[in-house]
Write a protein that binds this ligand. Sequence first.
Ligand code: NAG
Ligand code: NAG
Length: 400
Amino acid sequence: MATVRHFIFSVLVVSITLAEGYVEELDDRFKEMRKSEPWLVQFYAPWCEYCKTFDLIWYDVASELKSQGSHVSVGKMDSTVYTDAVTEFRIRGYPSIIFPFVRALSSVRLFQNVLSRHQIFFLYVGGRSPLKGQFYKVASEFILYNYFFSATVDALPQAVTLQDVPSIAVFKDGSYDIYDEERDGNLSSWVDRERFPGYFLMDSFSLYQMGERTKLVAVAVVDEKNPSAESIRYKNLVETVAMEYRDEYRTSFQFGYVDGNDYINGVIMDKLPMPSLIVMNMSVDGYYLPGSTIETIEAFVQFLDSILTGRSELLGGNGFLRQIKRLYYRATSAVKTSFASAPFGTCFLISLPLVVIGFIVVGICTAERVDDEKADDGARPTVTRRKRAALKHSEAKKKD
Ligand SMILES: *[C@@H]1O[C@H](CO)[C@@H](O)[C@H](O)[C@H]1NC(C)=O
Ligand SMILES: *[C@@H]1O[C@H](CO)[C@@H](O)[C@H](O)[C@H]1NC(C)=O
């Protein structure tokens, strides 16, 4: 028992020190750092006892954000040392948290800098207005995954021309689009539709996010470690269609590529060969596969059109039987993957409940045994019966 406790204790210590690593102790350089990245900052004082308790929560927040793939950085700042910042952010008590999620671009140079650093970002242009209020509200909704800035017209380069001010624009794919309430619906759903580049490398987190979206996901599934000529061709095909047919398909499809088939195998519950082209309806775990190998852009476009017109058959889905199969698939593949990566840990975790169940079963058999024994005069040693019963039970378990 002592060793188990020690084991658990050291795991806790290790995970806390790891999480601590995600919280940066900030100094004067924060003034520059916060121009390019969004920061969630705790102001503390060394004498504040509650701040020390709060640190544990803060480490948790940082590691949770990290594991969600967020670009938001987490830091803490000693208020007794950096009094300029305390004045700037009007900090009055400890701990205080600041999270400036819409950052102002005050010059063309800053705008160009943001443009070169981010594949996609949203920008509000103009002064005070109700639209600005909406923009801030929506920014707070999506800040963990996207970048939001504000600027005045004179901070924009010549190449960006706006019909109206105030306006909201999304910059991506080497171009920009302006939000139009009449055409695009409310701001929140527009940002949600536009917040991914037209074509990009999707990791499991972005695929997971696609489940809540109203677009079909059209991807090349490739093995980036062994890129074959075929996989490069597939990627080019998807990218070309994403860019050249942008206006036709942007409301229906999200394009991209995926490195490895693990996540997708889990969705389709089958082994997808690599490279492949697949279109998925992530909200129902359904998918479409082309009938034959796709060689040309025209063939790919035809495939996409056949999906939109309902001529292509939706495979998979989340009907009742599929859901049962999914439960089974998830259970078995979870065991398989964790076994491959951590065999001892997995054995330990799997055997733990069995051992516990084993104890309970032994207890019950013993209780029954008392009456039995009286009846048949204790002809056989108790322990054998008990052992046999436990054995029977564990065999039954194995069959399950
Ligand atoms: C925006 O529109 C979506 C769908 O059209 C709706 O679900 C959502 O509630 C709307 N949000 C607001 C703030 O009106
Ligand atoms: C996904 O499938 C469901 C059920 O067939 C359908 O209602 C939904 O519109 C589909 N989603 C997309 C993005 O086509």
